[in-house]
Design a protein around this ligand. Structure first.
Ligand code: NAD
Ligand code: UDP
Length: 324
């Protein structure tokens, strides 16, 4: 490795953050993992605590903090709908005040900073698949707005700190990502279906099950965001990161049942308000600018995720909110 960097990962104990910390530790960098453990627990980073190049800080990014760093990956934010809707005002504060605090640190330290944005900034899209140039269709008043609008405002702050102060920013728009170490009670579709299938309980489809999502395996995702941070061409994004393979939620349910050898039946319930009907990333820019594309097919990634779910003891997990 050419140079050891001091890297801050906010939300570093979460599903994606903990994998990112692991990868960056393996590369020999000095990692500061910052988290308030709202939707995660220390168990996710237990295996890193003994490493000489890993440090864990309990902190909330809505409050200022003084650290000396070379790079910041800003991942802190509840990501599952049941989590971000639990306290929507706090969700907005985390996105907006958190971005301001982290951008201020980046400005002071002359650090590079990457924002984990989301496909949710496209809302319930009228354009399909979604390219980065699509401006989105978000209901500003709906239950998802705290997250969607918070992430949109964070992107605006990143662009403005770049224009006004020359901060070296990166913006990645992450599409649905899954894999081992997802919180089993996060209420997201992959974790719900696997948990239900392994217990031979009904698989809960919200709505008709014909809404679509495109699922990216976590290792592919982590590879992409590290490439984006390390990109030397002054490319700040935004860039879509996701797997273009598009599946209906019913297809996902059937695949999970098959792969887990479950006897679960499908049970249909009401569709949530403002549930996006179709979602698929256009990853032309990621291919061209980062030389990146996903390598793990849904079937393979689900097998690995199901295998991991089989190894965990659910009683060791505390549901972050009642919404799962
Ligand atoms: P996660 O809930 O597992 O991780 C988020 C982490 O942030 C948790 O550890 C949580 O405790 C922490 N956190 C929340 N609020 C905080 C605060 N105020 N201060 C400090 N820490 C705080 O979710 P994830 O799937 O790992 O998502 C990570 C990031 O990626 C999020 O910003 C999310 O919006 C973004 N993202 C994820 C997906 C996905 O499909 N996984 C898709 C789009 C965007
Ligand atoms: N969903 C479902 N059953 C569940 C959980 C989710 O049918 O038990 C649906 C949800 O309505 C949405 C899709 O699966 O259409 C993806 O939901 P998730 O919460 O994982 O993420 P989103 O992409 O909506 O943020």
């Amino acid at each position: 490795m050419s140079q050891i960097k001091r890297i801050l990962v906010t939300g570093g104990a979460g599903f994606l953050g903990s994998h990112l910390c692991e990868r960056l530790c393996d590369q020999g960098h000095d990692i500061i993992c910052l988290d308030n453990f709202f939707t995660s627990q220390k168990a996710n980073v237990d295996h890193l605590l003994d490493r000489h190049n890993f440090e864990l800080i309990r902190h909330d990014i809505t409050l200022p903090i003084w650290l000396e760093v070379d790079e910041i990956y800003n991942l802190a934010c509840p990501a599952a709908p049941g989590h971000y809707q639990y306290n929507p005002i706090k969700t907005m504060k985390t996105s907006v005040m958190g971005a301001i605090n982290m951008l201020g640190m980046a400005k002071r330290c002359r650090a590079k900073i990457l924002q984990a944005s989301t496909s949710e900034i496209y809302g319930d899209p009228e354009v399909h698949p979604q390219p980065e140039s699509y401006k989105g269709s978000v209901n500003t008043l709906g239950p998802r707005a705290c997250y969607d609008e918070g992430k949109r405002a964070a992107e605006t702050l990143f662009a403005d700190y770049h224009r006004l102060h020359g901060v070296d920013v990166r913006i990645v728009r992450i599409f649905n990502t899954y894999g081992p170490r997802m919180h089993p009670y996060d209420g997201r579709v992959v974790s719900n279906f696997i948990r239900q299938a392994l217990a031979n309980q009904p698989i809960t489809i919200y709505g008709e099950g014909d809404q679509t999502r495109s699922f990216c395996y976590r290792d592919d995702l982590v590879e992409a965001i590290i490439r984006m941070m390390n990109n030397e061409e002054g490319f700040i994004g935004p860039v879509n990161i996701g797997n273009p393979g598009e599946f209906t939620i019913k297809q996902l349910a059937e695949l999970v049942i098959e792969l887990s050898g479950s006897s679960s039946q499908i049970q249909y319930g009401p569709a949530p308000q403002d549930d996006p009907q179709r979602r698929q990333p256009d990853i032309t820019i990621a291919r061209e600018r980062l030389g990146w594309e996903p390598t793990v097919e849904l079937r393979e990634g689900l097998k690995q995720t199901i295998d991991w779910f089989k190894t965990i003891d659910m009683s060791h997990y505390r549901a972050p909110t009642p919404n799962y």
